[in-house]
Design a protein around this ligand. Structure first.
Ligand code: NAI
Ligand code: OAA
Length: 332
């Protein structure tokens, strides 16, 4: 058997953890010939529940599952890890914005970043799911200065998938006909889901959907708020924050990171900005990205009209404010 990929999942006894671990072990994400070893990191009060999850993983007899280890210590959990899925954090409740979680959750990510920097494998890749995901990823990266910046990502794939479905519904086409939508900025209510470069069955989405350059009508009144506030809508209707769709998006993100985005298409991910599209270097912002050979690259050269520019700038201003709040809380 080839050497297993070591995957550490934090918050492994939580809801999203439960929805993603079994699929990671099944082979559907990294591939049918890639063995995995799972590390489940939890707070001490939840390690017993994590042991229960480990027992259930055993009971699936997944041929690709090399083993499961439960940890309550980040140093031990991230030792030698190739892939770190940082899910463990409090979800928001009704009436909260994700940024309100910074004070409660931010302190989780510094020690985890340090542990990743201290002991993870040289090829470690990190996906932060716990909210506020972009700024938590910034905190994690800041505590692991020797790990290359392109290994730290935040999840905006759920927003991306939501946008695909909204466009497909509007155009009355199968979701597979929609390509090249983009989520820009923060995983928050200020995010900007962009259809100006999207295609529907090969045609410009803005033409098919009759979207004017100034975004008036459906784009401004319906599409952008529906996608940007979908998390809050799920909390209201389901009575709890997204779980299965969030786990699915995390697995889509990991799948594409390791195995590549389809030719001619791109996805969205929060990555450490290199200054592209005027987003200040170092902020973790969502961009259109392709993945090749295990690396995300920001899609370059897209024209942003005045409407898109203003929306992106507003979301980036929020990211800068979250970074400043994190600094004032001594999280950076
Ligand atoms: N980026 C995105 O698109 C999305 C992000 N989320 C976020 O994901 C996070 C997790 O959500 P759920 O699984 O529903 O929450 P949950 O409350 O069911 O599970 C969270 C788990 O994290 C554990 N945990 C807390 N502190 C920890 C630490 N320091 N180390 C390891 N584990 C720790 C808890 O014990 C708990 O088991 C939330 O912050 C939520 O807002 C949720 C949906 C989408
Ligand atoms: O909205 C929330 O708090 C959970 C989340 O991030 C999402 O569903 O996008």
């Amino acid at each position: 058997m080839t050497t297993p990929v070591r995957i550490t999942v934090t918050g492994a006894a939580g809801q999203i953890g439960y929805a993603l671990l079994f699929r990671l072990a099944s082979g559907e994400v990294l591939g049918p010939d890639v063995p995995v070893r799972l590390g489940l990191l939890e707070i001490p009060a939840a390690t017993r529940a994590a042991e229960g999850v480990a027992m259930e993983l055993d009971d699936c007899a997944f041929p690709l599952l090399d083993g499961v280890d439960v940890f309550d210590d980040p140093r031990a959990a991230f030792d030698g890890t190739n892939l770190a899925l940082l899910v463990g954090a409090r979800p928001r409740g009704p009436g909260m914005e994700r940024g309100d979680l910074l004070a409660a959750n931010g302190a989780i990510f510094g020690p985890q970043g340090e542990a990743i920097g201290a002991g993870a494998a040289d090829d470690v890749r990190v996906l932060v799911v716990g909210n506020p995901a972009n700024t938590n990823a910034l905190i994690t990266a800041a505590h692991a200065p020797d790990v290359p910046r392109d290994r730290f990502t935040a999840m905006t794939r759920l927003d991306h998938n939501r946008a695909l479905t909204q466009v497909a519904r509007r155009a009355d086409v199968p979701v597979g006909d929609v390509r090249r939508v983009t989520i820009w900025g923060n995983h928050s209510a200020t995010q900007y889901p962009d259809v100006f470069h999207a295609e529907i069955a090969g045609r410009p989405a803005a033409d098919v959907l009759h979207v004017p350059e100034d975004g008036a009508g459906w784009l401004t009144d319906d599409f952008v708020p529906t996608v940007a506030k979908r998390g809050a809508a799920i909390i209201e209707v389901r009575g709890g924050s997204s779980v299965a769709s969030a786990a699915n998006a995390a697995l889509d993100h990991v799948h594409d990171w390791y195995r590549g985005t389809p030719e001619g298409d791109w996805t969205s991910a929060g990555v450490v900005s290199d200054g592209s599209y005027g987003v200040p270097e170092g902020l973790v912002s969502s961009f259109p990205v392709t993945a090749r050979d295990g690396r995300f690259e920001i899609v370059q050269g897209l024209e942003l009209n005045a409407f898109s520019r203003a929306r992106l700038d507003a979301s980036v201003a929020e990211l800068a404010a979250e970074r400043d709040t994190a600094a004032s809380l001594a999280l950076l």
